[in-house]
Design a protein around this ligand. Structure first.
Ligand SMILES: [Zn+2]
Length: 396
């Protein structure tokens, strides 16, 4: 199954007649309802539309109880003593930094917890990164979080502010998810804050698919979610390979069945167990599958894999964060939010490796323009697509 077919047949897909698509869509247009229940029973969130199709996902109490339990028992706790002294986290301070103006899964989850447990509301806060950086820095400093949960691209931006002395917070843990976290990103974030970076992997279709262990490997919650890496004909690929997409089966959600559903991510499942001793399988997430750029002159536009282009740029490790935007059939923009002489030098080298890769693909002349200190183009949910094809695809 895929999202386009299921969303087009939403009323037949869901298992409760009260979940009528027109009413559910109406519900998610009202920001004052974020985290409250639809018809007193269902939690609703939207995805901002991978492959151009916005999704709407509904969960009942039974599904939420399982996601809560996974979050509580499987997310790694680097400081167990703290958890023993304060098992409910009442005295903890966790800041989620993201797009707080829409019914997106992370924001809905935080607001739901705040509504369910008023005593937690001083401990948990959603903070919008859409505000100007000085205002964001001020709000964060006032809250002084022990934990920051956000996208890797936002964490890198905060790390730069911290290193420049423009951000006065000292979180002990940074939880990342929602985008790919590269090794270079992890280093920059953990060094700037002297904090532990803990990664996770999830989707609107299943919130907590995998958490990272102390060996920095993602372990799939395979007792509640099945992932099947498959080829373009939906045939299983050998273990250890990523295939071209991945089928998800969600065993927790009985209200909106997600069974062998095309997730669009390339995921591989390791054949070897992890040294940490967990019996849950190790997975590696290699990003979106479908994104392709058509580059070249009139005589023939050639498909180029977005994954290949980002892999080429990632060879320049000093360019910790970047975005590559196709602005025409023969022009790319390579941008980064970061600045300074080292970043400019890294951009110059990235441009050079990218141009030689493009040349090797016989695409004709492709111009690459570089910009430092340029804010990333973000999707409605605030996530950054590393590579944006032209004409501009909708973001995830
Ligand atoms: Zn492990």
């Amino acid at each position: 199954m895929n999202k386009a077919y299921l969303m087009a047949n939403f009323n037949d897909w869901v298992c409760d007649p009260r979940l009528e698509i027109a009413a559910v869509r109406q519900f998610v247009t009202d920001p004052s309802l974020i985290g409250s229940t639809f018809r007193g029973k269902f939690l609703v969130w939207e995805s901002s539309g991978s492959q151009g199709i916005p999704g709407v996902f509904v969960q009942d109490d039974a599904a939420m109880a399982i996601y809560d339990a996974l979050e509580a028992t499987r997310r790694r706790v680097p400081n167990p003593a703290l958890r023993m002294l304060d098992p409910w986290g009442v005295f903890d301070r966790i800041a989620f930094i993201g797009a707080t103006n829409g019914h997106f899964a992370s924001t809905v989850s935080i607001e739901r917890l705040r509504r369910l447990n008023p005593f937690l509301s001083s401990a948990l806060r959603s903070i919008s990164f859409l505000q100007p950086p000085p205002a964001l820095a001020q709000e964060l400093a006032r809250f002084n979080p022990r934990v920051i949960a956000t996208y890797p691209s936002v964490a890198v931006m905060l790390a730069e502010k911290k290193a420049q002395g423009k951000l006065d917070i000292s979180p002990q843990e940074i939880w990342t998810g929602g985008e790919t976290l590269t090794g270079a990103m992890r280093t920059v974030i953990s060094q700037a804050f002297h904090a532990e970076v803990i990664n996770s992997y999830g989707a609107s279709e299943f919130m907590s698919l995998a958490f990272e262990c102390a060996h920095q490997r993602l372990h799939l919650n395979s007792d509640w979610a099945i992932l099947e890496p498959v080829d373009e004909m939906n045939r299983p690929v050998p273990i250890g390979q990523a295939g071209c997409t991945t089928l998800l089966t969600n065993l927790a959600n009985h209200i909106q069945p997600i069974i062998r559903y095309d997730l669009g991510d390339r995921v591989s499942i390791a054949s070897m167990p992890c040294e940490c001793g967990s019996v849950l399988p190790v997975i590696e997430v290699q990003g979106r599958s479908g994104d392709v750029l058509f580059l070249g002159d009139r005589s023939g536009r050639t498909p180029v894999s977005a994954l290949a282009l980002s892999t080429v740029v990632e060879t320049i490790e000093e360019l910790v964060d970047f975005q590559l935007i196709q602005t025409s059939s023969n022009e790319l923009e390579l941008n980064t939010e970061l600045g300074g002489p080292l970043v400019n030098e890294a951009l110059r080298r990235a441009k050079s490796v990218l141009e030689s890769y493009l040349k090797s693909q016989n695409l004709g002349r492709i111009r690459v323009c570089c910009h430092a200190e340029r804010p990333s183009a973000r999707g409605r949910n605030g996530k950054v697509n590393r590579i944006i094809a032209w004409p501009r695809n909708s973001h995830r």
